[in-house]
Design a protein around this ligand. Structure first.
Ligand SMILES: *Cc1c(COP(=O)(O)O)cnc(C)c1O
Length: 461
């Protein structure tokens, strides 16, 4: 055994005491969120039927730091701080001079980063006297995380689970139910939104956008007793996730290195924001120059092939309009296995950073992604979820480029979840059933033609 260190741990006292809010440091403010009917910028009152006041304040806050409530930190102690690992065995397998580090959120009770915001959202809703939450879930990671969080704070939870996952991932449903949540396949016949979709297409496998419509409808019609929780995209969600990047900064310091590039997969943008925003803070305020690389599936390329425009967050068109990189709200992504990356839009914060060239993005097919996952798991022993396997594929490209150029590059990536519930995807890969899927340009063009006609207030003369 050598003395070479492969793991950098922080004590529980180093769990961050505040979240970092990048809205304090953006060169220009985020585009306003618009009312779905009037297209006028919305105020806090418009969001009050869906979210508690504390989260609405965080959504629009320009304070640089937001204190993490003691009750939330107390629950974070169950798994935080998460480890930072030097992937020496992967470096060796790739024969690269690059140093590769990863921050591993798969050690959380839900198996992914989502519990960081789930606990915060459940806490603020409970504190505001809300009597129940509604939400949607795609692959099941968010529904699982929010079920665990609601169980801790004592809030009932109703989950609308995209039908294809409900059928393919029964164990995810059972976990949510074990924590006390009620779970329905979406589209369901219990909401107007669900019934409308079923009337048009009774055999639909559902989508995240449709499930969001259902969950929002139940909260909106509850007369204020129930509220809605979203696991990604929103500003407050990305802010909550910054515990990841803050810890990673301290751990890279323990390792005595600083990353040249930070890589993470992008679905709605929360795990990417979580690890990257504290590094972008230093780019913006401390003269650092860290590259940020988002990796997205070639089958759902909202950053690299979508447009930066106002669009709805859901499929039906009930939510406020957000300016974001989008493939159009009616986009029903091909059934690639990275369920968590199959969303038509992208967080406003990530869209703005990408538009302002403060980060890069690349799209990767699922065959390259699973090959990368295999290389990683055989070297490091952890089965990665399909979503962060896109980040691993991006890392391997970077590491092989470093080998080509002989550069001693330092790479940090986010392993935001393990893949223990994704073995059917691995099964498809090892049996040769997994194929690449490029989203056809005609379908993207059709979706673009269908974007809501909105006068963009950031373009107004
Ligand atoms: C939900 C999820 C994602 C996608 O969501 P982001 O908001 O882009 O992070 C990616 N990976 C895992 C493991 C997830 O649970």
């Amino acid at each position: 055994m050598t003395d070479a260190i492969t793991r950098y741990d922080l004590p529980q006292t180093a769990i961050p005491r505040r979240w970092y809010n990048i809205q304090a440091d953006l060169p220009r403010p985020l585009p306003p969120v618009l009312h779905p009917a009037t297209h006028a910028p919305i105020g806090p009152d418009d969001l009050a039927p869906l979210f508690p006041g504390a989260l609405i304040q965080q959504e629009v806050s320009t304070e640089r730091y937001i204190d993490i409530p003691d009750e939330v930190r107390e629950i974070y102690k169950l798994w935080r701080p998460t480890p930072l690992i030097r992937a020496r065995r992967l470096e060796k397998a790739l024969d690269t001079p690059a140093h590769i580090y990863y921050k591993y959120e798969g050690v959380s009770p839900s198996g992914s980063h989502k519990l960081n915001t789930a606990v915060a959202q459940a806490y603020y809703n409970k504190a505001a006297g809300v009597q129940g939450l509604t939400t949607e879930t795609g692959a099941g990671q968010w529904g699982t995380a929010l079920s665990i969080a609601c169980n801790f704070v004592g809030l009932p939870l109703e989950v609308f689970m995209v039908k294809v996952s409900f059928q393919q991932k029964p164990y995810r449903r059972v976990i949510m139910q074990s924590f006390g949540s009620s779970v329905q396949a979406s589209p369901s016949d219990t909401t107007d939104a669900g019934r409308a979709v079923l009337a048009q297409d009774p055999d639909t496998t559902g989508s995240l956008g449709i499930a969001i419509s259902e969950a929002v409808e139940v909260a909106a019609k509850s007369g204020g007793t129930k509220k809605y929780a979203l696991g990604s995209v929103l500003n407050h969600v990305l802010t909550h996730q910054t515990v990841i990047g803050q810890e990673a900064l301290a751990q890279m310091e323990l390792a005595g290195e600083f990353p040249d590039v930070v890589v993470a997969c992008a679905g709605g943008g929360s795990n990417l924001g979580g690890i990257a925003l504290p590094f972008i803070h230093l780019n913006l305020t401390a003269g650092k120059n860290t590259r940020i690389l988002a990796t997205e599936p070639a089958a759902c390329p909202s950053l690299t092939r979508g447009v930066y425009a106002y669009d709805f967050g859901d499929a039906i068109g009930m939510t406020p309009l957000i300016k974001m990189h989008t493939l159009g709200r009616r986009f029903i992504p091909p059934p690639v296995h990275a369920g968590g990356l199959r969303y038509h839009g992208m967080a406003s914060i990530i869209s703005e950073l990408y538009d302002q060239r403060m980060m890069e993005a690349t799209a990767i097919g699922q065959v390259e992604t699973f090959k990368a996952a295999m290389t990683f798991l055989r070297a490091e022993g952890i089965v990665p979820a399909p979503e962060p396997s896109h980040a691993i594929a991006g890392v391997i490209r970077e590491a092989l480029a470093a080998k080509e150029s002989g550069e001693k590059k330092v790479i940090l990536f986010h392993l935001c979840g393990h893949g223990h519930f994704d073995m059917s995807a691995y099964d498809a890969f090892v049996s040769g059933q997994l194929h690449d899927y490029e989203y056809p340009q005609e379908l993207i063009d059709a979706a673009m033609a269908d974007l809501p006609q909105v006068e963009d207030p950031t373009q107004a003369s």
